[in-house]
Ligand binder design. Sequence first.
Ligand SMILES: [Zn+2]
Length: 197
Amino acid sequence: MEEQTERPNNHRPIPKLFYDDLTGAKMSHCISCEQDLLHNDIPYFIEKAIKPQLGYEVYATIFEYAMCVNCMQQHKSKISASSMANINKYFQEQIDLSRRQYLVANELFDDLNLWLEYCVATDKHIKSIGECQIYAQCLGDQLVMGECPYMISGEALDAVVGLLSAETIDGFNKLKDELVGPSEFQDLLKGGPRVLL
Ligand SMILES: [Zn+2]
């Protein structure tokens, strides 16, 4: 009981949507350093690329992974300064933060749909999107709600990729091959870099 009352208000048990679709269980290890994420105190991110057919009810998973903040920072530090500046500019211009601020201010942490229904950049609804990525920030078996979770459409990701330097794209591709393997995810490779955005 005590633990329950101490849980921060914006924490919720990780929803099934962010489970490992391959095993049906919670993601348990960092894809990069392989440390245990469920029994440690290190914050981590879950990223999934999916092709929705009936919104989040029916979808195909293109890839999915969890990564601890340390590895995330390490990989992000490899993005060139110019690419990073372009990415930040794009998000500043495209992302309307007012919806998230409203959700946080009103503590609407129980309805995941409110957080994931619309692309953060294009505002398109999940049911009108062919491909997208969803992101969650977690701690142990809890979802930490605030900046995440969010959904970004393939269309918006393509726009972001267009802003990256050749060097950064090359770096992403290498990282992707290293982490997910080149042969398993042909779809993903065709679509260009899809990691760490
Ligand atoms: Zn790690």
